[in-house]
Write a protein that binds this ligand. Sequence first.
Ligand code: NAG
Ligand code: NAG
Ligand code: NAG
Ligand code: NAG
Ligand code: NAG
Ligand code: NAG
Ligand code: NAG
Length: 415
Amino acid sequence: MLLGFLVVVVGGVGYVAALPVTPTPRETTIINKACRNKQSDIYFLLDSSSSLLPRDFEKVRNFVVSFVEMLDIAPDATRVGLGVFANDFYGQFEFGEHSNKSEVVEAIRRVPHYGGGTYTGKGLLGMRTTGFREGVVRKNATKIGVVITDGRSRHRTNTITEAGQLKDEGVWLFAIGVTRGVDTNELSIFASVPQTDFIRHVNTFGDLTRLTNGLVHRACRLQAPHADNATCGRQQKADIMFIYNAAAMNVTSVMNVQNFTKDVIQAFSMTSGNVRVGVISEGRQGGDIPLSQYIRREDFVQALQHLHKPELAPLLRKARQQGYDPHSGGRPNAKKFAIVFVDDINVSADALWEAHMMRFNDINVYVIGVGLGREKGRVEELSTSQSRFSRFQSYANLRNDTEQQKFIRNLCESV
Ligand SMILES: *[C@@H]1O[C@H](CO)[C@@H](O)[C@H](O)[C@H]1NC(C)=O
Ligand SMILES: *[C@@H]1O[C@H](CO)[C@@H](O)[C@H](O)[C@H]1NC(C)=O
Ligand SMILES: *[C@@H]1O[C@H](CO)[C@@H](O)[C@H](O)[C@H]1NC(C)=O
Ligand SMILES: *[C@@H]1O[C@H](CO)[C@@H](O)[C@H](O)[C@H]1NC(C)=O
Ligand SMILES: *[C@@H]1O[C@H](CO)[C@@H](O)[C@H](O)[C@H]1NC(C)=O
Ligand SMILES: *[C@@H]1O[C@H](CO)[C@@H](O)[C@H](O)[C@H]1NC(C)=O
Ligand SMILES: *[C@@H]1O[C@H](CO)[C@@H](O)[C@H](O)[C@H]1NC(C)=O
């Protein structure tokens, strides 16, 4: 395998060297079309824990080699770095350390299998602070991390937090899980979206190389995220949750809220990594009643009445307890915001209590009252202060530009 490859390399270089117009001589034989001249910095982070057998790790190395073979490796095109993790992060080689493909392949062949626990979080931290550190990574390059793991990480929260930081810095993250022991849920939280592009799961290490073509193609088509021209949130980190009770609204109203949310976040600097946004739109877990659950008619009727009750309290409780949790991507050093949409439903004492608890937990509660009649006073009480309460005539009115701008300015002032 290695020998065959080297022959190709030597032949390829001889050919290129004969053409003086090529700025940097490089192997051109098997490069994927999408990768040609692609300015990417691609970092491979490999699980080197004890749960892999030495022959498994060899297959991981083979996979990375097959991946690299299809890239356009050169100082002014694609560069590759690599690190492994087990009990800790162990950097192997950095971007730019090896300037041609054969050197990179040689370096991959030399990567040792360490053994130890699966501290994915430490691996991701190492990838960010060593692999992608300032001065090493090129400003204009598309930054890509490819993480290969066979298990579930120790310190799941840490893994999610570290992956979030990488994404905040504009790194695209591929998550590749091998074997049935993989925590696919964890992969889906730490990979970039859409998941169909960024997550792969295979049952055996031998299956890895089947992924190469598709993944290389996807990786090479990625662009660096556009610089964000939005200005709100440049100064500090902010985690913003939008909260509405979709179960109690019709489709048009839900769309109006979504469109409003879309308009509002235009003003916020997401690509800088400072502002993260999320949505809570269902207060309850199970909104279903299975066939087998009730045998008495009156029990069924009672359960029915509890489904989708247009209550605010469960939504607010869920937002407070789960919305800003590090498991969901919340950051302890970020300022917390909640934007709560409330229409004519009766604001219960429970809801007021939950809103109070949110404020008590340092969440800045903004309330958007929609079409309020007699309930205005109670709805206003939900917000942190009177200035954080806005009123719209109807869901359709959320489109009103003047009112929208007013809301954004108001929110922006404290983000
Ligand atoms: C790759 O780079 C190494 C060291 O810079 C050099 O010795 C070697 O000849 C290069 N190989 C090819 C195929 O260009
Ligand atoms: C990065 O891109 C910008 C705009 O496309 C360009 O002006 C700048 O020279 C590039 N920097 C490098 C180091 O290539
Ligand atoms: C940012 O740029 C986009 C297009 O590049 C533009 O549509 C948008 O209005 C700009 N936003 C701000 C806040 O300037
Ligand atoms: C949806 O709900 C809004 C307000 O709750 C109402 O004004 C609108 O007529 C409803 N639309 C439909 C199609 O029922
Ligand atoms: C939401 O915005 C889309 C376009 O961005 C538009 O087609 C749609 O009609 C809007 N929906 C509502 C309910 O305003
Ligand atoms: C809303 O419910 C509270 C008790 O939860 C009650 O005191 C209040 O009168 C109700 N308001 C309306 C307008 O029904
Ligand atoms: C938007 O709201 C303002 C009041 O804040 C009102 O004067 C204006 O007519 C509204 N515009 C539309 C298009 O409804």
